[in-house]
Design a protein around this ligand. Sequence first.
Ligand code: DGT
Ligand code: CA
Ligand code: CA
Ligand code: ZN
Length: 570
Amino acid sequence: MSNQGLAKILGEMAAFLDMKEVEFKPRAYEHAAFSVQSLEEGIGEIYKKGGLKALEDISGVGQGIAERIEEYIKTGHIKDYEKLKKQFPIEVEELMGIEGVGPKLVKKLYQELRIKNQDDLERAAKAGKLRGLEGLGEKSEQKILKGIEFLRQSHGRFLLGHILPTVRKMLDDLRGLPYIKRAEPAGSIRRMQETVGDLDILVISDMPAKVMDYFVKMSEVQEILVKGPTKTSVRLKMGMNADVRVLPPESFGAALQYFTGDKYHNIAVREIAIKKGYKLNEYGLFKSKRLVAGKTEEEIYKKLGMEWMEPEIRTNSGEIKSSFKGELPRLIGYDDLRGDLQVQTDWTDGEHSIKEMAEAAKKLGLEYIVITDHTKRLAMAGGLDEKKLTKQMAEIDKVQKQISGIKILKGSEVDILKDGTLDINDEVLAKLDVVGASVHSNFTMSEIEMTKRIIRAIENPNIDILFHPTGRLIQKREPYKVNIDELIKAAKRTKTVLEVNAWPERLDLKDEYIRKAIDTGIKLAIDSDAHDISHFKFLELGIAQARRGWSGKKDVINTRVWREMLKLLK
Ligand code: DGT
Ligand code: CA
Ligand code: CA
Ligand code: ZN
């Protein structure tokens, strides 16, 4: 039984209920699936410790869903799920992963064409069978095929934010064993890359056989792929593979260096070693056969004439040269954020009240948040109009009086309309402390038009931040076409801050654009985009993203106290 397995079932139930056009329930199941997915503790352990009550404490899990989770823990099945699955024997998550495919379409595809999975759908689209269905044409067939292609490219990779809780739990378990001296992640996870192919764990122990015996029996493990004395590979229940290597202490730094990568960084470092007459491998740095460094990464880099560098920037894109020159960037730290500039509440599509969000943020050590609910064009999310936004400002004043130790600032996530105008008037925008703007519609404009649209929006002196600037959803939706160089130039000219949105699927801006932006002298904001008290933890992913874009503390406005942060806005 795993969190991932349960999350998948809850997610499928949401989709099935959607297909049956049940009201409200689907959103509840979706929410519960998301929460279970990102739990730090195993669902079985949570239940063992606190029973049904503890399950209900999970964000989005009410009594009904808690009972079904309990049933799953006790019996390994959920009867309601199995009934639904019998009615719709479909790979519903697989199908809905394709851009533009929602529950209604899935239902239609199944009822009319017996399409059950991605392969069926691809075949039907290629054969031109979709265009006969109501509301679908040749264009939709092309779009679906493109969506499938996009998914294929990312196939087999996992979002960092989705797997990190499980990975950390496994590492904690391993670290708790008396015969393990150290356990560290390597590879793409240590680099905090936005997606991860497989998990690499390095362990120091003088009892490797015991480590391997324990590892293959961990509750997260599905099956053993290879079990050896120094390296073992398994498939985890969440679908990802994991490798464990046990090393002697004198080689641990060498192995960390060797398995952290990335590949291009490693190749470059190894070439430097060879040029200097060394041999570098996972056991150490050698001069003929003599080990000259290996215990720590620092000593290996030092022997090669380089400074140690943060894993996040090891991508062979300038860090090696900077390291030789002693000019490595001082990256923003994981504790450096003081505030969060994008927070949704139950005034729109968020789960919790202004006060609950503020209290949760405070608990995590934040000094301020900006309330940025959606605006009226996003009718689906219950977006606010001028009148409600004004009412919300008064409510924030009221809540602020009831809570100390955290500043609640007034803001908005304003919608950028098709022509670049905004859906809230300037008079009201001018009253807010922080205004973010974002594109949520008409994604398929030409690059020229989209660039013009966004630039027009940020030229508005009331717009302080451009939220999730490229609109991408990792593995789900390509960014809209926008000329990033033009956008960066315009942001610089208009003093607009660009957001690094920390939501696991967004991480928008991406690293390459972050670097461009800060090289141009643009300021960034790292925001969680929280819709729930449990989402503030995503800030870590945004910080990682900023680090991978070589961003320092000074580049990010919400590392400042709130009064100073406000001074950096327009
Ligand atoms: P992933 O798992 O696809 O998200 O990415 P990584 O970077 O974790 O790659 P993985 O698991 O294939 O390999 C683990 C580490 O091993 C990687 O970070 C760097 C190193 N490595 C992989 N391939 C090569 C290679 O061809 N040459 C060298 N020198 N090192 C490599
Ligand atoms: Ca890996
Ligand atoms: Ca690997
Ligand atoms: Zn948004």
